[in-house]
Design a protein around this ligand. Structure first.
Ligand code: ATP
Length: 296
């Protein structure tokens, strides 16, 4: 009886840390950000996902400002890719949407509601995050997918597995959904772990999605499968992609170039290429020079 509660507790603790950590910053995160609900915080209604950053300034404790006076509007359903040099603040900008940190100035609103007026849990329930380091717990595939929405039915779990291109793999296992994974069970590849986290989010069905694109190379087949699953996942949701490979974001509704000075330029791929600015240079470096990253 206590076991599932312990599991959920462990996950709730890990969730903000995992997001805020974003790859290599994990080690910096030995203190939990201390964001509290306001006394009169409301349960967020089902959000459409119109996100606005209005004059947002933010710096980590004891650090100078990483984001200065940022203004950005993301329309509900839009796919917006963030590109730019490493350390410019792309991950930081995204981590402010689930309110993992308190901003210093300005406001972040979703559907015109300041996120500080919402209960964090009700806000975070409506945001799906896909990142490179997938957290899986020791348990069955079923439990790991169902974590996206506790109480999901068998059919809903299969539907999520199908959408994430995991169905065939699960069907080939003697114990199917009841196969144990983790330390004492089946060891999943990086690509399978990613797809499992995608299945979770299909089940969660949030209106807002944050994708922290993988930097490590996967084999082409896995890569294509994940790309297709992510495109399906992004459909009809407000999606922010922290992009490292420009090839995957060519078709984004909008590309925003973030530099240390702030938002340098934004537009569609063709527009930014024609403008001949930072994006065009990154693109030339990447496609001209082979497999470089968008974060030079
Ligand atoms: P990359 O493409 O390499 O992931 P990024 O554009 O996403 O980079 P951020 O991860 O947002 O950049 O980092 C922006 C700045 O904030 C960097 O100088 C980084 O060192 C700093 N930073 C990030 N996370 C933390 C943290 N938890 N505590 C202190 N400083 C941090």
């Amino acid at each position: 009886f206590l076991k599932p509660i312990e599991k959920i507790n462990a996950l709730l603790e890990l969730y903000p840390r995992g997001m805020a950590g974003f790859r290599r910053y994990c080690e910096l995160m030995d203190t939990e950000p201390d964001v509290k609900d306001a006394d009169d915080a409301i349960d967020a209604p089902r959000l459409k996902g119109n996100i606005e950053f209005n004059n947002v300034t933010f710096g980590y404790e004891n650090h100078s400002h990483v984001l200065k006076d940022i203004n950005l509007k993301v329309r509900a359903g839009e796919t917006l890719a963030l590109v730019g040099p490493s350390g410019a603040g792309k991950s930081t900008l995204c981590s402010l949407i689930p309110r993992f940190y308190e901003i210093d100035e300005g406001e972040v609103t979703i559907d015109n509601i300041d996120i500080r007026a919402m209960k964090q849990q009700s806000l975070r329930n409506q945001i799906g995050i896909v990142q490179q380091d997938v957290f899986l717990f020791n348990g069955t595939i079923r439990e790991n997918i169902a974590y996206g929405r506790l109480g999901a039915t068998e059919e809903e779990i299969w539907e999520a597995a199908r959408a994430a291109h995991l169905e065939a793999m699960i069907q080939a296992l003697p114990d199917g959904l009841d196969t144990f994974i983790g330390e004492r069970g089946l060891k999943l590849s990086g690509g399978q772990r990613q797809r499992l986290s995608i299945a979770r989010i299909f089940l969660k069905n949030p209106p807002i999605l944050i994708l922290d694109e993988a930097t490590s190379a996967l084999d082409t087949e896995t890569e294509t499968m994940i790309q297709q699953a992510l495109e399906k996942l992004a459909h009809n949701r407000t999606t922010l992609i922290i992009a490292h490979r420009l090839a995957t974001i060519r078709h984004a509704d909008r590309i925003v170039v973030v530099t240390e000075e702030g938002i340098a330029e934004q537009g569609r791929h063709e527009e930014l290429i024609a403008a001949g600015g930072t994006y065009a240079r990154l693109s030339a470096a990447q496609f001209g020079g082979g497999a470089g990253l968008a974060t030079v």
